[in-house]
Design a protein. Sequence first.
Length: 263
Amino acid sequence: MDLGLRGKVALVAAASRGLGRAIAEAFAAEGATLVICARGREALEETRSSIVDRTGAEVEAIVADVATSEGVTLAWERARDRFGRVDILVTNAGGPPSGPFETHDWAAWQRAVDLTLRSAVELARLVLPGMKERRWGRIINVTSIAVKQPVDGLMLSNSLRAAVTGFARTLANEVARDGITVNNMMPGFTRTERVEQLNAATAQREAIDPAEVARRIEAQIPMRRLGEPHEFAALAAFLASERASYITAQSIAVDGGWIRGVL
């Protein structure tokens, strides 16, 4: 199936590892031109080289922290200056720290707002004028299964991912007539460094082996295994495609059946 991504310019945030990297790889395999950003130069350059070697895609790599206004602006300006436009935006950022309510002062909440909510809002603000002018665009926000079924110990993530969902759902209505879709992807427990870190934090709190935490999580998933980043990225490639032109305002889980709700 030709997804129609060849020649499209995609900006993928936090793309040096994990879900962001897998999404960038999927886009490149479909012929998209990439702008990827992350905070760490070494991992980012390794990702860029790997994608170029495997796919031959044109990839611009930018060291930028999207939790800051400077980082958001830098990523957008480099994309604009190099390629003239952004057709597909994937907002993504590492999750905020785990822990119950009492462990987070307002400074921690503010950092989580900047990382999770502000980055998505400000990146969208920058790319939307061009998308409206061209009457075509895709905005995909990486959120979490916690939006539909809160995860114990993730007070900050549960709260701020829900805020991103409300923003995206409202924005989708506002830009639908401009040929722009806005959707959210909700990763479940996937084999990434973030999940390993969360498992380690849980193990430390409960004084148990991290392997036991992993076994507990897998037992909650009907498929009885973690997801793989490339399985998540396959949905991103479809939502970014011409084929998904009538899908907007949705939050779609890639979770192996973990969410127990009917809808």
